[in-house]
Write a protein that binds this ligand. Structure first.
Ligand code: PLP
Length: 387
């Protein structure tokens, strides 16, 4: 089995974690759907081979594959991206602890903190991940964790991740990063010193919009602690979904590169269109984070957002006239998706709060798929004529 030290990512996606020879000589690792396996008498609770304990053969195989892709000592699959986040936080925080969290988090993460942290005895302060000079003032003697996202929804802002690691090291904090939008193809946070990376594997990792899963990766010691938390909270991934995820992972590198390419070409086309007032994509030289994004990332990702010049009516007309993208709020799959965050992912926020973070009513978010980019551009061209 090749390891991440000497093999490039495209090869790891196909061969990382694979058993050679596989059971019965199988090239495809089978689905061991059994709930429980026979073990030696006296085996400890967390080492019994039982699906909830994340220790059955299909699960261990998937963990090895994920660890190879994340360049991590160890990884754990979870039942969703939210299960990954909550399991990590329950592992690294205890009652009385405080965390610094990015002020532009995925809606579910934001709601988890604002609606549940208090019940758990955690306090938090939202900080601007672009302004390192503001972080020291937010730190308290109880701060234990710094939580950020690589690329944040929906303005595709790229956090100052090297500064996060440097600050956290100086202050003795554990760093946790949600790398969902980048995927390990565009960025591997552990390589610049993050302690824990997690992703919603529902998105790019699986890439086919047909399962919900999460991944956590880091040092063997941290992941063992995370696994023990997961075993008790119970958000484990079923082996059947794990099989689909492992299959999706094999094409991760080619899919994400195609999405990077398509998003860049679409962003450039839209940025030059008279009916588009603004395009947000970190690959464009005019994006506020283009400079440090270009240094950090191997690719700028498949996500972009835009504001049509004609406001909300134009946004609705554009979405209506497009033929290729599905109107749906998720991301990262092979099909292009389009959504208006004010009506979907950010609908729970007040209009003033949305305005403050730039999620105006006419903002449109696009998750670029792997279609031929000439067809995507032609589709936007015909749709914009109707706006
Ligand atoms: N993190 C980010 C950045 C997301 O976009 C999402 C889902 O959209 C999640 C986490 C949660 O993932 P899941 O839906 O798999 O629980």
């Amino acid at each position: 089995m090749p390891t991440s030290d000497d093999i490039r990512l495209d090869t790891l996606a196909v061969h990382g974690g694979e058993r050679r020879p596989g059971p019965e000589g199988s090239m495809v690792f089978p689905i061991y759907q059994g709930t429980v396996f026979s073990v030696e008498p006296g085996t400890g609770y967390h080492d019994i081979r039982y699906i909830r304990l994340n220790s059955t053969p299909s699960q261990v195989y998937l963990h090895d594959k994920l660890a190879a892709l994340e360049s991590a000592e160890a990884a754990l699959a979870t039942a969703s991206g939210m299960a990954a986040l909550t399991t990590v936080l329950h592992t690294v925080l205890k009652a009385g602890d405080h965390l610094l969290a990015s002020d532009c988090l995925y809606g579910g993460t934001h709601d988890f903190l604002t609606q549940h942290a208090e019940n758990l005895g955690w306090t938090y302060t939202f900080v601007d991940p672009q302004r390192p000079e503001s972080w020291a003032a937010a730190r308290t003697p109880s701060t234990k964790v710094f939580l950020v996202e690589t690329i944040a929804n929906p303005l595709v802002r790229v956090a100052k991740l090297r500064d996060v690691v440097a600050f956290a090291r100086q202050e003795g904090l554990t760093t946790v990063v949600d790398n969902t939008f980048a995927s390990p193809v565009n960025f591997r946070p552990l390589s610049i010193g993050f302690d824990i990376v997690f992703e919603s594997a529902t998105k790019y990792l699986n890439g086919h919009n047909d399962l919900v899963a999460g991944v956590v990766a880091g040092s063997a010691e941290l992941i063992e602690r995370v696994r023990h938390t997961a075993n008790l909270y119970g958000g484990s991934l079923d082996p059947h979904a794990g099989f689909l995820l492992a299959r999706g992972l094999k094409t991760l590198a080619v899919r994400v590169r195609a999405q990077n390419h398509n998003a860049m070409a679409l962003a450039e086309f839209l940025a030059g269109h008279p009916k588009i007032a603004e395009v947000n994509y970190p690959g464009l030289a005019g994006h506020p984070d283009h400079g440090h994004a270009a240094q950090l990332l191997s690719g700028f990702g498949g996500m972009l957002s835009l504001r049509p010049a004609g406001g909300l009516d134009a946004a609705e007309a554009l979405i209506e006239a497009l033929r290729i993208p599905y109107v749906a709020p998720s991301l990262g799959g092979v099909e292009s998706l389009i959504t208006r965050p004010a009506a979907t992912s950010h609908a729970g926020m007040s209009a003033e709060d949305r305005e403050r973070i730039g999620v105006t009513d006419e903002l449109i978010r696009i998750s670029t798929g792997i279609e031929d980019v000439a067809d995507l551009i032609a589709d936007f061209e015909q749709a914009l004529q109707k706006v």
